[in-house]
Structures are given as C-alpha cells and as structure tokens.
Design a protein around this ligand. Structure first.
Ligand code: PMP
Length: 304
C-alpha cells in the first residue's frame, strides 16, 4: 500500500511511522474496534469527501452497538477527516477512521481500557482492479456463511467481525476468483466480503434487505437513490443462489469497490458475460456524483 505523511490520533497529527500501538492493545486480542472506509475525490472545485457525515455517523452507531465509548463527536471527526486529507496533500484518496479499545484491561471486559481514535488517509486506486471495473469480475459463492445477527451486529463495522469477510476473500482468491458472495444462515444471499450486491432482472433493480444480514452500505443507498431518481424500479428482495444464475446483470457496490460489475458467478456468465446497461448507468452516475458533476447531489460532498 501507499503511505502518507501523517495520521490523526485523538487530535494530534502523528508522523505515519510513529502511529503505533502496544502489543497488549485490547482490540488486537479481541477485535474490540470499529472502523469506516471513506473516499475523497478530485472535483472541478477541489477535493471533496463523499458522504462524510453519513460515514462518521455510522462509526458512532457501530461504536454504540459494541459498547465502545467514543471521545469525539461526529463534527470533530468530520473536521479531522478534512484535515488529514489536507496535511497529506492528497487530491483524492481513501480515509480510514478506526476507534478501538487500547490499554488498561486484558480480560474480556474492556470497561477499564482506554479508547483510541485514529484517522489515516492515503492514495488508493480501484479495489477490484481497473480491468474489473471495465469488464466485470468473477465471483463465487463462499463456503462460509455471513455472520448472523444473533451473534454479531451485521450493520456495524466492528473489526472482529471482519475475520468472516477475510476468510471468504481468502478462499475466493485462493480458488481463482476475484471476490466472494456470502449466503446468510437462511441460505439467502447477503453480500460480498466488503461490498453490497445488486441484481437486475427484467429491468428491475433488486438488492437484499438489511434483514438478510448485510451492512447498510452508503454506496448502496447512493446507487438506490441515483437510479430510482432516473426512473428505474428499485426493490429490496430476499435473493437466492438461483436468482444469481438467472440474473441479467449483477454488480457490487462499496466505498472501496465503488460500482464493480460481475461478469461471472460460480463459473456461469452473468447475462451476456459483460456489464449490462443498468450496471453501466450505475457506474456512470456514481462516478459523476462523487466528482461533483451532478448538481442535484452536491450535498453528498464535503469540500476539503
Ligand atoms: N458490506 C461490507 C461487509 C463492507 O465492509 C462494506 C464496506 N464498508 C460494504 C458492504 C459497502 O459499504 P459502503 O458502501 O458503506 O462502503
């Protein structure tokens, strides 16, 4: 990965190489942290961060879900994210806020452990490759099931819960695919290892509901709004593995992945085996919205 110069740590700008933690950090042992992934884009009016307040609000919701007391209100985190882009002289990039239990407890109860909050930022290109964005990626249904709401909070971004995503991603890549799709414990489709899923059938756009155990993605919400404002019918629907095989189009959405077409699922071509018109429209509208070219969605941008 690319590095940058500074990382924001509880209000201080710390040189990248000095932004370290102790090996007895509670979160290292038990996954007691929450995080976000945010992107900043170059726009004609300068660098802008996409849906920054929504991301910081989700960080707070994640922390509340897992009982991690955050020291900084949303407004402070928003300003810190702007500053970390500025000080690192990034015209575009990826922003990673993380809050975690640090020192003071080594048993499971983190109540006595301090909480540290950091925000890092660096340049980061396409997550699933330029070719993937252009031609679509190959995915497989994972042998691992998505974490269930009876054991975790799937709509939170808790660090510990990501071992589930890591195993699915490792398996997909080790077996020759670009990405994994996870079924939930009911056997229905949830999402990718780090992306939400969309399916097009007969011109209608379908995506699994929150109750399928997904993360309530901010890119997902943006794509739903962009396409429904265009007159496309968008519906939340419980989807099965068979629905994937019958789909005309499939694509993934996420801050890192943006809008990435799927050209093959479980070795079966999706539609004609190339990105379809609704996917292309979603990619195009999303790219224009994040770069400030759609006045109607300017409120989604926080200028640096
Ligand atoms: N699902 C999972 C499991 C994720 O980690 C992510 C990335 N945050 C997403 C979906 C997409 O969410 P967003 O569009 O908010 O980045």
């Amino acid at each position: 990965m690319e590095t940058s110069k500074f990382i924001w740590m509880d209000g201080a700008m710390v040189p990248w190489e000095d932004a370290t933690v102790h090996v007895l950090t509670h979160a290292l042992h038990y996954g007691t942290g929450v995080f976000e992934g945010i992107r900043a884009y170059e726009t004609p009016d300068g660098t802008a961060i996409f849906r920054l307040p929504e991301h910081m609000a989700r960080l707070h919701r994640s922390a509340k879900a897992y009982g991690i007391p955050l020291a900084h209100p949303v407004e402070v985190l928003i300003e810190a994210a702007r500053q970390i882009i500025k000080i690192n002289e990034l015209e575009a990039g990826y922003i990673r806020p993380l809050a975690f239990h640090e020192l003071g407890a080594i048993g499971l109860n983190p109540a006595a452990a301090t909480v540290k909050t950091i925000i890092a930022a660096w340049r980061w290109g396409t997550y699933l490759g330029d070719e993937g964005v252009a031609k679509g990626i190959r995915v497989r249904v994972s042998s691992w099931r998505r974490i269930h709401q009876s054991s975790f909070v799937p709509i939170a971004k808790g660090t510990g819960q990501y071992l589930n995503s890591v195993m699915a991603k490792q398996e997909a890549v080790a077996t020759g695919y670009d990405e994994a799709l996870l079924l939930n414990m009911d056997g229905n489709i949830s999402e990718g290892s780090g992306e939400n899923l969309f399916l097009v059938r007969d011109g209608v756009l379908l995506t699994p509901p929150i109750a399928s155990g997904i993360l309530d993605g901010i890119t997902r919400a943006s794509v739903v709004q962009l396409l429904s404002d265009e007159g496309v019918t968008v519906r939340e629907a419980t989807l099965t593995r068979g629905d994937l095989y019958a789909a005309d189009e499939l694509f993934l959405t996420g801050t890192a992945a943006e809008v990435t077409p799927i050209r093959e699922v479980d070795d079966r071509p999706v539609g004609k085996g190339e990105p379809g018109p609704v996917t292309r429209r979603a990619q195009d509208l999303f790219a224009q919205a994040v770069t400030g070219k759609l006045p109607a969605y300017r409120s989604w941008l926080t200028y640096v």
